[in-house]
Design a protein around this ligand. Structure first.
Ligand code: BGC
Length: 331
């Protein structure tokens, strides 16, 4: 090949790479942290989809620190993101990031957890009230009369509030009719397994009453509870969860945990990435529904959660490729 032709080809390659850099849309993804396993998957699927659509994903993680998340939100805006997708550490405090973003003309999508702001472009999540109702419904269908113990995540996460609303819709009438006795209602300061383990330990050593049911709002809390449950109660107490964590699926197969709520991550992460790219290009996006919480009303897309237990895990999480049989069955 002639040297001049080679130089031309090289220049063309350089030019197309730099225009890609120049014109590809920067998309900020601001996570709370990795206290539960699912966020690694959310991150991967979201970032991959943004790249596939020609965008440039920029990731920051607050590691559970509200002020750090505010700082990182500002940083991403300074770095030139055209849209911000946020999993808020604190649903109220994160509204401050939306204020800064609005001034900089950067649209915001609240991902999985609502941000208490009327200036969101979109909220994408699951029907979280339904998650709570499904957990409680499962429990009362197995134990219609008995002692119930509740473990929930922090109220700074609006999802925890919604899980509780959903649970209480089912439980309150049963509590009033005295079929269900609430022997403890614990709201943890984070979603981790350690806090639940300690709390359950304290409860078991101080309470006269034993639980027949533990409604744990997610799998990490459920796993903490299971670790502090005396051996003679393991497999006898109905324990709920959420997230279809691999550890929880193992516990379901071996009979230690009764159910989990499976929320397929792929449709959520990919839809969020598609919406983010549209917003980054200046297009408008619409939610499939309007959702209100307190005095906040937002455009939202809310996906449906699925109950998973010993009877249907093969047709749900395994069939979907979320978990492989040999990861969850102890050999
Ligand atoms: C999510 C759950 C998750 C929890 C802890 C909640 O906001 O909806 O899926 O288990 O946060 O990360």
């Amino acid at each position: 090949m002639k040297p001049r032709l080679l130089i031309r080809i090289a220049a063309l390659i350089l030019w197309s790479a730099s225009t890609h850099q120049l014109f590809s849309q920067k998309v900020g993804f601001l996570l709370d942290g990795y206290l539960t396993d699912r966020w690694y998957l959310d991150q991967k699927l979201f970032m991959d989809k943004v790249k596939e659509l020609g965008g440039e994903p920029l990731l920051e993680v607050a590691h559970g620190d509200t002020l750090e998340q505010l700082r990182l939100g500002k940083k991403l805006i300074d770095d030139g993101v055209k849209v911000l997708v946020i999993v808020p550490t604190d649903s109220r405090q994160a509204a401050r990031i939306v204020v800064v973003a609005k001034t900089a003309n950067v649209p915001v999508i609240a991902y999985d957890r609502l941000i208490m702001s009327n200036n969101l472009s979109l909220y994408v999540s699951y029907n979280n009230e339904k998650v709570g109702s499904m957990q409680a419904q499962y429990a009362v269908s197995k134990i219609p009369n008995g002692n119930y113990l509740l473990f929930n995540g922090p109220v700074s996460d609006n999802n925890a509030v919604q899980f509780s609303v959903g649970q209480r819709k089912i439980l309150d009438p049963k509590i009033r009719s005295k079929n269900v006795k609430l022997i403890g209602d614990f709201v943890m300061s984070d979603w981790g397994e350690l806090g639940a383990m300690t709390k359950m330990d304290e409860f078991m050593s101080s309470s006269q009453e034993k639980p027949n049911v533990v409604i744990a709002a997610n799998d990490a809390l459920a796993n903490g509870v299971i670790q502090s449950l005396p051996n003679d109660l393991i497999g006898k107490v109905i324990i709920t969860g959420q997230d279809a964590d691999i550890a929880a699926l193992k516990n379901i197969v071996s009979g230690k945990q009764s159910m989990t709520i499976y929320k397929p991550i792929k449709p959520l992460a990919e839809m969020a990435a598609e919406m983010a790219i549209k917003l980054a290009k200046g297009e408008t996006v619409k939610g499939a529904t309007k959702m209100s919480s307190g005095n906040i009303t937002v455009n939202a897309v809310l996906l449906d959660p699925v109950v998973v237990d010993k009877d249907n895990y093969k047709e749900t999480v395994v069939k979907d490729g979320h978990a492989a049989l040999d990861e969850i069955i102890e050999k």
